[in-house]
Design a protein around this ligand. Structure first.
Ligand SMILES: [Zn+2]
Length: 178
């Protein structure tokens, strides 16, 4: 069982990796085929669990296994909400909120809400929508990496573990400020 990734969603034989896939993947070929936004959302669900752990995001306690059923939107909502105080980039000798990165997270969240939460059997995205959704999700994950050193926000602990930062120290996430 391959773990589904955006690379697989873009690949020629994506359909063979996707459970219940009904049609050739729309990113290939010339005829737009319906496509399922849920597949992109499921990737984000998994990726964002790791992000939430690394950044020590705090969530309200839910009963029982609901704590393990958070989806992409729950994580993105928290990241965006906390990000205004926690996600910072260096600006000379100051730290400022990285609003450009937050905007990428917001965009992906909006598209996932529109296109990634439909019934698991609905294949109703056409190719331009699918491309836009996948691009936006990838950009949101990239936004959590430093464009200078290429390392994620949580690469290194620094300054008494009040925050984590990338390798070069241009980008950081302050714990517990959200
Ligand atoms: Zn860096």
């Amino acid at each position: 069982m391959h773990r589904i990734s955006f690379a697989i969603l873009r690949s020629e034989n994506a359909a063979s990796y996707l459970p219940n896939a009904l049609s050739p993947h729309p990113l290939q070929g010339t005829t737009p085929q319906p496509w399922r936004g849920n597949d992109a959302r499921k990737i984000m669900d998994v990726e964002l669990v790791t992000v939430a752990q690394k950044l020590e995001l705090r969530f309200p306690y839910l009963r029982g296994e609901k704590n393990d059923q958070r989806m992409a939107h729950d994580f993105l909502e928290r990241l965006i909400g906390d990000g205004s105080k926690c996600l910072q980039k260096k600006d000379g000798d100051k730290w400022i909120c990285d609003t450009g990165r937050l905007a990428l997270l917001e965009k992906a969240d909006g598209l996932l809400l529109s296109w990634g939460n439909r019934g698991s059997h609905s294949f109703d995205l056409v190719r331009p929508e699918a491309t836009k959704l996948i691009d936006s999700c990838e950009q949101a994950l990239e936004a959590l990496k430093c464009s200078g050193c290429g390392k994620p926000l949580w690469f290194a602990d620094a300054a008494g573990a009040e925050w984590v930062q990338c390798q070069c120290g241009e980008l950081r996430w302050r714990y517990g400020k959200g």
